[in-house]
Ligand binder design. Structure first.
Ligand code: SF4
Length: 298
């Protein structure tokens, strides 16, 4: 049986991720279901809160960073991935999850997404894609559909949107999945698969934002999604098939694990100088006295 190194817990329960802080999201926001799914997935995978790091970007989802138990970090807008990838490198025993919105991830921080995928860092990343900047009251993001009237865009959006899955699959990721915030069970199973994956797991969650995006509520997604695991012959190791099936995001929207490289090796496994090393970088920093080095640059 698994025993937590930090607190000697043998099993993880839903209560380990409980927080007394009250949620501040709007009624029926998709973030409620996503939070529940994250907690369920980590519990089901027996990833105790003492061995898990949850990293939140700025955005409505990030306002949930103090409404969940365990170790958490709330970073700068669009910059959560460098922090999360660094944490996964520093301590391979940690389960690292990161969360970002479509605004921060595909706007300010899009470069970080590219390099997190290239490096194949051992991080499960959740993209909260609600098609707008909700926290700042409904401005257009990189995924807002053309023609939509948004705050500060009364005549409608004219720029073409980024298609997140098309973009990510063009970067040859090791894991790419999609789910939607109206189905906690499906989100839970998708996140579990991402957490188990060795390498960078990209999970797009199509999220409802009933306050600023009334065009795509849960019912809209519910009537359009189809789970690829129910399709005869669908093979998630075939990236060409994933590219083809993930294109449609208007009528028949493919969800589930769209692509997974079965031979994925995370960043640290590719480092020749770490192969025989049994310590983690965080242990090695503690072994050396770096105070003199810092003193030299005061
Ligand atoms: Fe949720 Fe949208 Fe409200 Fe933000 S603005 S809390 S995403 S419903």
């Amino acid at each position: 049986m698994h025993t937590c190194d930090s607190c000697q817990h043998q099993i993880t329960t839903f209560a380990d991720y409980f927080s007394n802080n009250l949620y501040t999201w709007c009624t029926n926001c998709g973030n409620y279901g996503i939070h529940a799914a994250v907690k369920r997935a980590l519990t089901a995978e027996n990833r105790h809160a003492c061995e898990t790091l949850l990293c939140f970007d700025i955005g409505c989802h990030g306002n949930g960073s103090d409404k969940i138990g365990g170790y958490r970090f709330h970073g700068l807008h669009g910059r959560i991935l460098p922090f999360a990838c660094g944490a996964s490198v520093a301590n391979r025993n940690l389960t690292v999850m990161a969360f970002g919105g479509d605004g921060g991830t595909l706007g300010e921080g899009i470069n970080h997404l590219i390099h997190a995928i290239r490096g194949n860092y051992n991080v499960t990343f959740i993209l909260h894609n609600n098609l707008n900047y909700g926290l700042t009251q409904g401005q257009a993001s990189s995924t807002t559909k053309p023609g939509m009237i948004m705050t500060a865009a009364p005549d409608g959006i004219t720029s073409d949107p980024i298609h997140p899955m098309r973009f990510v699959l063009s970067l040859q990721p090791s894991f790419a999945a999609r789910t939607f915030s109206g189905d906690v069970k499906h989100m839970t199973e998708t996140i579990r698969a991402g957490v188990r994956h060795q390498g960078f797991s990209f999970i797009e969650i199509l999220q409802s934002c009933p306050t600023y995006n009334k065009a795509t509520p849960h019912e809209w997604y519910q009537s359009r999604v189809k789970d690829v695991s129910t399709l005869a012959g669908y093979e998630p190791s075939n990236i060409a098939a994933a590219r083809e099936i993930s294109e449609d995001i208007e009528n028949q929207i493919a969800i589930g694990v769209l692509y997974q490289n079965p031979s994925s090796r995370p960043f640290m496994e590719r480092q020749a100088n770490r192969q025989q090393v049994t310590t983690e970088l965080i242990n090695e920093v503690a072994m050396g006295d770096t105070s003199k080095l810092f003193d030299a640059y005061r």
